[in-house]
Design a protein around this ligand. Structure first.
Ligand code: SF4
Length: 401
């Protein structure tokens, strides 16, 4: 991600679905004005979902996802269809592309049913009208989520973008990472360990996002490593409103920060922002009942390179072994991988999910609730094991009253 880009987790995810050769990829290219996907007349050219983050006017920052055909065949085809269905879990707006000459069939109707069931706003786009010679006014399908376009000639592409923009629900539900906990002129101390697992020369996304939210509020942030925290705290001439630490140094920071100063972690802020803090706190209780044979799923949202270092893969498992005195089996997933069947797991421990959009994070949380599997978050799990959970959720007391 370039420094100027909106993080993928904060972008509106627009999924393009449809049969092979309905012209999905050509439509994506017409909308983005870029050669995003490989387009050919051979059925099923898109074999893996193709992602492109971009500014799409009049919408703003979006993530366009071109998916494999829903009518793909054979064993590989089944896998591709499975991938397309998984994309639905993160789709904020669904575009169903239909060949205007062929019209909708059973598979399209089934998809529309899923959009409705999952409450995903959608638009049915009849493409290739240049071949059918049809000229349908923009208003004709407005009531029925339909529009007629031609990716080849550009017919109604502008109107299509406008209709997509109209499907975006207005700016979230007002949830903020930290801004609602602080006031302008407050001072916030951020504790950021810089060990060998930290990425070279930069801060990771959760830290960047928290800093930005503090600046947006008109408050100030002071940053230091845990080694310098004592000196920093004693040199301040005003009391910090809040100390936010990386979870992996929670215990040490807890000892250094006087009890009357509020303290939490980046990860806990994300548990509240993207997920469900109450569910995460309840889920952490499952740490108390871990047995040797139990399987624990540790899941991270990073797609390619782990940004949060070795906290999930190394440190958490070793702290859990130490805390429980047991030898559970750890299973790790990252990026889009998240098992649909959680029934074999004693519990799920998820990272802050800053790379995942809200819809996907909520989908994962709901799966855990539906399957009765406790799910918690890195920061909450660590706070629980270091016996500082009560203190670390004190900044959010109104949530639990
Ligand atoms: S591991 Fe999770 S919290 Fe850390 S950067 Fe990746 S998605 Fe964000």
């Amino acid at each position: 991600m370039s420094l100027n880009q909106t993080p993928s987790g904060e972008r509106v995810h627009i999924g393009f679905f449809g049969k092979r050769n309905a012209g999905k990829s050509s439509l994506v290219n017409a909308v983005t004005g870029q050669d995003l996907a490989i387009v050919s007349d051979v059925k099923g050219t898109t074999t893996d979902p193709v992602y492109k983050s971009m500014e799409l006017l009049p919408l703003g920052p979006v993530m366009i996802i071109d998916t494999p055909g829903i009518d793909d065949e054979g064993e590989l085809g089944e896998k591709r269809i499975g991938k397309s269905r998984q994309i639905l879990n993160k789709t904020d707006i669904a575009v169903l592309v239909v060949d205007a000459a062929a019209g909708k069939g059973e598979q399209e109707e089934e998809l529309i049913h899923i959009f409705r069931k999952k409450n995903i706003p959608y638009l049915i786009v009849y493409n290739k009208t240049d071949l059918t010679g049809e000229s349908v006014t923009e208003d004709a399908g407005a009531e029925r989520h339909e529009i007629w376009v031609s990716a080849a000639t550009g017919y109604h592409i502008h109107e299509f973008k406008e209709r997509i923009a109209g499907l975006v629900t207005p700016e979230g539900d007002g949830r903020r990472l930290v801004a609602d906990l602080i006031k302008p002129s407050d001072l916030i101390v951020l504790v950021i360990p810089v060990d060998k697992a930290a990425p070279k020369g930069r801060l990771i996304l959760p830290q960047q996002q928290v800093i930005r939210d503090i600046l947006d509020t008109g408050a100030s942030a002071v940053m230091c490593r845990e080694n310098e925290l004592k000196t920093v705290l004693s040199s301040l001439n005003m009391q910090p409103k809040l100390v936010i630490t990386d979870s992996q140094v929670f215990a040490a920071v807890d000892k250094m920060v006087p009890d009357h100063i509020l303290m939490t972690s980046f990860s806990i802020l994300f548990a509240r922002y993207k997920g469900d803090l109450r569910q995460a706190c309840q889920g952490a209780r499952a740490l108390k009942t871990v047995e040797d044979s139990d399987r624990i799923l540790i899941s991270e949202g990073c797609t390619h390179h782990r940004q949060c270092g070795d906290i999930g893969t190394q440190k958490l498992p070793s702290w859990i072994r130490e805390y429980t005195g047991r030898e559970p089996e750890f299973v790790f997933t990252s990026g889009t991988q998240f098992p649909e069947d959680l029934s074999g797991y004693h519990m799920v421990i998820h990272c802050g999910g800053c790379m995942l959009n809200e819809r996907e994070m909520k989908y994962r949380l709901r799966m855990a609730v539906d399957q009765n599997v406790p799910m918690t978050n890195y920061g909450i799990a660590i706070a629980c094991m270091t016996k500082i959970l009560d203190r670390s959720i004190r900044p959010f007391t109104s949530l639990f009253s």
